[in-house]
Design a protein around this ligand. Structure first.
Ligand code: ADP
Ligand code: MG
Ligand code: MG
Length: 499
């Protein structure tokens, strides 16, 4: 592992920060030799641990890695050591998870609110328009979802200056990494156990991560509510998915702990093999589907032809439990996030004033582009804003000069296209020196982190069966990169060290 070079002084800063070694103490160590050696050793052990414990993804350099499991695997990118995070903020993020779950459920039931809030967007955004069409059709059919399952992830950044934990977004579809995030937590705990004496760290200060087991439990409980012992869980996947092991982790727990079978199908396979019986039962190759879990279908490229849209409609019309339903999917759009942040809107959905306050505390500035004053401000100072379309999966937001130009063009053309976007206050998290490990290579970088709290919600008619926080995902990215997707290649998986 001589492929990276780290300046000893840099080592000291990062390690000292994470390890909370006091300055005098650190200065007294001869880190010129020892520290680099130590980092080297930790990294070696981390890479071995990842390979032995399935902290892996398909290797993009290997052609078949997205098609055949067990072929072309590489360790998932990770941070060598956890990043320190204030315990009070961590607790707040955990505390609001069930409130957000409840909020989304209530918003999902207000079809008119969803249609109205997205009505301008519908005219200019073909993808959102298709989702709204399916939603509108379900409203016409007066289709009710008695069993509702949400597997969510609410993402936050800690704003350095104000010390506020601000929500980036709330994901209701395809919240990724419940499987691998738990492994990174275990990896970090292991490294601290092994190197505890050298590091002066306590593994107990890394909170436990239960995302895999909790999500599997929620899926199993939803399956049970459907009440057909022969039925299966259908996972909707993208063709050639390289993040398949994250998904396989969930489904191996589902099988081993709950004795529930899951099958993986792409939207186009569902179109070919799916069948809807008159009573609403969905069959896939003859098997009854109890629960549909989407790990695809959130981005326009998932629908290259009408077949994929027909598959989505077919599933929505069925009696299977959808995770998410079309209503949950729409409730998680950025436009709805912005609508919910308007004054008096939360109060329409939540009666408990304290709950409303707790949630509102996490809201960053969010605006529609109809607000001319804000657009003017964003044109003048683009560095303080992010412009977001109704998209998921990372890499879609507009920043800086690009944003300025887009806003000027939209204003000049008086284009309706402005409804495709929202504006958001840019959050500036602390920049921390970090060792990022990717492809067995260590990069020393200045990095920022984003904390995701998983949440599961399951309801059957009037009974809330499950409403919990379910572990977490820390993602750390090079501070100069605007976007933070691990799969998209800008970030690494991380965990937190409570301070
Ligand atoms: P997506 O649904 O594509 O993940 P996000 O809203 O999470 O969309 O934006 C993608 C990434 O952009 C985030 O992970 C984060 O790194 C960055 N980002 C988004 N909003 C902000 C913001 N308000 N301030 C700073 N960075 C942001
Ligand atoms: Mg998202
Ligand atoms: Mg995101």
């Amino acid at each position: 592992f001589g492929s990276w070079v780290v300046a000893p002084a840099f080592n000291l800063r990062r390690v000292a920060r994470v390890m909370e070694i006091k300055n005098e103490e650190a200065a007294s160590l001869n880190l010129h030799d020892t520290n680099e050696d130590l980092v080297d050793k930790i990294m070696y052990d981390a890479l071995v641990w990842s390979s032995l414990h399935g902290l892996v993804v398909g290797d993009r350099n290997h052609q078949r890695s997205g098609a055949v499991p067990g072929v072309g695997m590489v360790h998932a990118p990770f941070a060598l050591l956890p990043v320190s995070f204030p315990e009070s903020q961590w607790k707040h993020a955990c505390e609001v998870a069930p409130i957000f779950n409840e909020l989304i459920d209530r918003v999902s039931l207000d079809g008119k609110f969803l249609q109205d809030a997205l009505s301008r967007t519908k005219k200019v955004d073909a993808f959102t328009s298709r989702l709204l069409d399916i939603h509108g059709k379900m409203m016409e059919l007066n289709k009710k979802e008695d069993i509702r399952l949400g597997l969510h992830r609410s993402d936050y950044m800690l704003d350095e200056q104000t010390k506020l934990l601000l929500q980036i977004e709330f994901n209701t579809i395809s919240s990724s990494f419940p499987g691998l995030s738990c492994l990174v937590t275990r990896l970090h705990r292991y490294l601290i156990q092994v190197y505890g004496d050298n590091l002066g760290l306590d593994a107990q200060r890394i909170p436990e991560n239960s995302a895999t087991t909790k999500f599997a439990e929620a899926l199993a409980k939803a399956w049970k509510e459907y009440n057909n012992p022969k039925a299966v869980v259908l996972i909707v996947v993208q063709p050639g998915e390289r993040n398949m092991y994250d998904q396989h982790w969930l489904f191996s727990v589902l099988r081993e702990r709950h004795n529930v079978t899951a099958i993986r199908k792409t939207l186009s396979e569902i179109h070919a093999d799916g069948q809807l019986l008159p009573d609403g039962t969905l069959l896939i190759q003859g098997a009854v589907v109890a629960v549909i879990y989407f790990r695809a279908g959130y981005t326009p490229t998932d629908y290259p032809s009408e077949s994929e849209w027909q598959a989505r409609s077919l599933m929505e019309e069925s009696s299977a439990v959808k995770c998410p339903s079309i209503s949950y999917h729409l409730a998680g759009t950025k436009k709805i996030q912005q609508e919910l942040a308007k004054p008096h809107v939360l109060e329409r959905f939540l009666e408990d004033k304290e709950d409303v306050e707790k949630i509102r505390k996490c809201f960053a500035g969010l605006w529609s582009l109809e607000d001319a004053d804000i657009v003017e401000k964003a044109i003048k100072n683009p560095e303080f804003f992010v412009m977001k379309p109704q998209r998921e999966g990372g890499g879609n937001n507009i920043y800086g000069e690009d944003m300025r130009e887009s806003l000027l063009r939209l204003r000049k053309e008086k284009s309706e296209e402005d409804a495709a976007y929202i504006l958001m206050q840019r959050i500036f998290p602390s920049v921390v020196p970090t060792f990022l490990i990717r492809d067995g290579i260590c990069y020393k970088e200045h990095a920022v982190s984003e904390l995701g709290i998983y949440g599961a919600y399951l309801r059957s008619k009037e009974t809330v069966i499950m409403n919990e926080k379910c572990g977490y995902l820390m993602r750390t990215k090079v501070s100069s990169s605007n976007e933070g997707g691990v799969a998209a290649g800008f970030a690494v998986l991380d965990s937190i060290y409570l301070s």
